[in-house]
Ligand binder design. Structure first.
Ligand SMILES: C[S@@+](CC[C@H](N)C(=O)[O-])C[C@H]1O[C@@H](n2cnc3c(N)ncnc32)[C@H](O)[C@@H]1O
Length: 615
């Protein structure tokens, strides 16, 4: 029976290439089962998995049926207990026999679970599950999905927050807490002024602004809160001069940068009276065109010079045009794993084989807390596969593909970052990704800091305490465990490695998707160097100009053609559920996918480990 085996394979293989889960299933040429049936089974079983996990564990199915994997047990139990047609297999099929043997115990456990959760019948529980709710294993409230607000940045190139509040949002009620907009209905005229990023407001989830004149004329830009961090962290000041946005399209961060430049009057004598420029590099032709439109619409035409079809890696740092570049924003292509709404399948909660069988040995309250859910929460559980770090698991091997992809991305990102560090007058850089993987984040940051090139040029991490106010106050910092891990193989030029790793983790900023903060998954770090270093490097490099070997790349040179697919996917991710019509506006926003809760427990785990390291 290929349906269950194929659905199980799709669920356990976290191959995220090729768009949404739905398009991957419908586009799978070698799928033997009906794609619609396979997709429905996967989505439904996953939706129910928070309920069925405990049901299967307490019925002891996996202990007795050694042939059933956790995913198969989940899919079959779902159909056996909740699908109208039952298990879609002949009655003597091995899978049908294996699950049907446990029907009475499974049904009894489902009834207990339903009552424990306070639902009078299965239909009421079904409505709750369909609405995205699922109470946690110990009966506490815990919605599986956290709504994602509609974030709108007031574009200072065209208007001000005060002006917008008095015009575009005149009839809107202001609420002090983000939760106020998260709980509001889509059409409610409610807004919350963000506590971290200036000029940013949150509106109810999916709030429609598509016909709003301010949106149509570029006065407000739909941009996820996290995506506003890099330009804000760069902390453009009056003494800053030109800026480079190294990987710029569709241009949300470019216009954000331009708005900061616009808001300041240069103090540097050399720049007074002359325009400051944002050089916006984009190597893709089509995206360059879209970016040009975006920039024009946002009123950034005078400040931004779009470098269409231009590979940043080919930009000569010693080109005269860039001699006044004091700051760079680098937001390169990445896996896009933090993008909200990237996947259309909710969190998968898999039963565990060795979970306590509550029927055979009723658990005391204390014991109950030690059963599967809390064990899973205390271990490093992979969100998509349920694979636990310490256990050899076939699903973990399937992650090899992801590992290879992350390695390639990481090398490419490092190469770009080291190139950014070569610009002679540069004093600050922000590096960001919309990825949740340390390989693309903390690893890149620490590898860059440990490189001889960065050290010689005087680049340091921008410490938490030195950051612009809103970023200093942002509580979720870098992954301390990942920093310690990568530092084991790096030499940062002496000193206490562990302390260094901790400091860098504290300096890095992370956003988690699916939390009450309402952001996508994101990472950003800042780098700085003294003016003196920048000046010395300008002098040295002036001598070295005309093709001399400046700062060597530590990454192997290589064709990054295989990253094009990543870019395509990530690019698609921008529009999310907000496909741009007119005007061409991109947003990372959309509905929250199910990874949030799992990510949260993982982060908690990381924080726990991080704190342990700190004590
Ligand atoms: C993550 S997106 C940038 C999003 C953008 N910063 C924003 O906020 O709107 C990465 C972009 O970088 C472009 N890119 C990748 N490598 C590049 C390179 N070497 N030079 C210039 N652009 C590059 C990709 O084509 C893609 O459009």
């Amino acid at each position: 029976m290929s349906l269950y085996y194929e659905a199980a394979a799709l669920l356990t293989n976290p191959d995220r290439a090729g768009g949404s889960f739905k398009s991957r299933i419908f586009g799978k040429k070698d799928l033997k089962s009906n794609p619609a049936q396979t997709y429905a089974l996967i989505v439904e079983a996953t939706k129910w998995s928070a309920v069925l996990k405990g049901v299967i564990e307490r019925a002891g199915v996996l202990k007795e049926e050694r042939k059933l994997t956790p995913v198969l047990a989940l899919l079959l139990s779902h159909d056996l207990l909740l699908s109208k047609g039952g298990v879609a297999a002949p009655k003597d099929h091995v899978l049908k026999l294996a699950i049907s043997r446990h029907k009475a115990r499974l049904a009894a456990e489902l009834t207990k679970e339903r009552i424990k959760r306070g639902f009078g019948n299965v239909d009421a529980l079904r409505a709750h599950v369909n609405a995205g709710g699922s109470k946690s294993e110990d009966g506490e409230d815990g919605p599986a999905r956290v709504e994602h607000p509609r974030w709108a940045r007031v574009n200072r190139l065209k208007t001000t927050l005060e002006e917008s509040l008095g015009s575009t949002f005149a009839g809107y009620k202001k609420v002090e807490k983000l939760n106020g907009v998260l709980q509001a209905a889509t059409a409610d005229q409610i807004l919350h002024a963000d506590a971290h990023v200036p000029d940013l407001i949150a509106l109810p989830p999916r709030h429609d602004l598509s016909t709003n004149p301010a949106y149509l004329n570029g006065g407000i830009i739909l941009q996820d809160k996290a995506s506003c961090f890099p330009a804000y962290l760069l902390n453009i000041q009056a003494e800053d001069r030109d800026v480079i946005d190294a990987c710029a399209a569709p241009g949300n961060k470019t216009t954000h940068l331009a708005s900061f430049l616009h808001a300041q009057t240069p103090t540097d004598a050399a720049t007074q009276g002359s325009e400051r420029t944002v050089f916006a590099f984009e190597r893709d032709g089509k995206r360059s065109e879209i970016m040009k439109k975006m920039v024009t619409l946002a009123g950034g035409g005078d400040v931004v010079k779009v470098q269409s079809r231009s590979d940043f890696l080919r930009a000569d740092p010693f080109d005269k045009r860039f001699s006044n570049v004091t700051a760079l924003l680098l937001d390169p292509s990445c896996s896009g794993s933090g993008i909200v709404g990237r996947d259309d399948v909710p969190t998968l909660n898999l039963p565990e084989k060795d979970a306590v069988n509550a029927i055979a040995a009723p658990a005391s309250k204390k014991r109950k807390r030690k059963t599967a859910p809390s064990v899973a929460a205390d271990l490093d559980v992979d969100a998509a596969t349920g694979a636990v770090e310490e256990q050899p698991n076939p699903a973990a091997e399937e992650g090899e593909k992801l590992k290879e992809r992350l390695e390639a991305l990481s090398a490419f990102q490092l190469k770009l970052l080291l190139h950014a560090m070569k610009f002679p007058a540069a004093r600050k850089i922000t590096y960001s990704t919309c990825s949740v993987h340390a390989e693309e984040n903390e690893y890149v940051v620490l590898r860059a800091l440990a490189s001889a090139a960065a050290r010689e040029a005087g680049w340091k991490i921008l410490k938490c305490g030195e950051q612009v106010d809103g970023m200093k106050r942002w509580a979720v910092r870098g992954d301390g465990v990942a920093c310690s891990r990568i530092m084991e193989e790096l030499d940062h030029g002496g000193g206490d490695k562990e302390q260094f790793a901790e400091d860098v983790a504290e300096a890095c900023i992370r956003c988690e998707k699916g939390t009450k903060e309402g952001t996508m998954g994101f990472f950003v770090a800042g780098f700085v160097r003294d003016v003196g270093f920048a000046k010395a490097s300008t002098a040295v490099n002036a001598k070295q100009a005309n093709g001399a070997a400046h700062v060597r790349n530590v990454t192997p040179e290589g064709d990054d053609g295989d990253l094009v697919q990543e870019e395509e996917e990530e690019w698609q991710g921008f529009s999310g559920d907000e496909e741009p019509s007119a005007p061409t506006t991109f947003d990372h926003g959309g509905h929250v996918d199910g990874d949030g809760s799992q990510g949260k427990s993982k982060r908690k785990q990381q924080h726990k480990k991080h704190n342990k390291l700190r004590s």
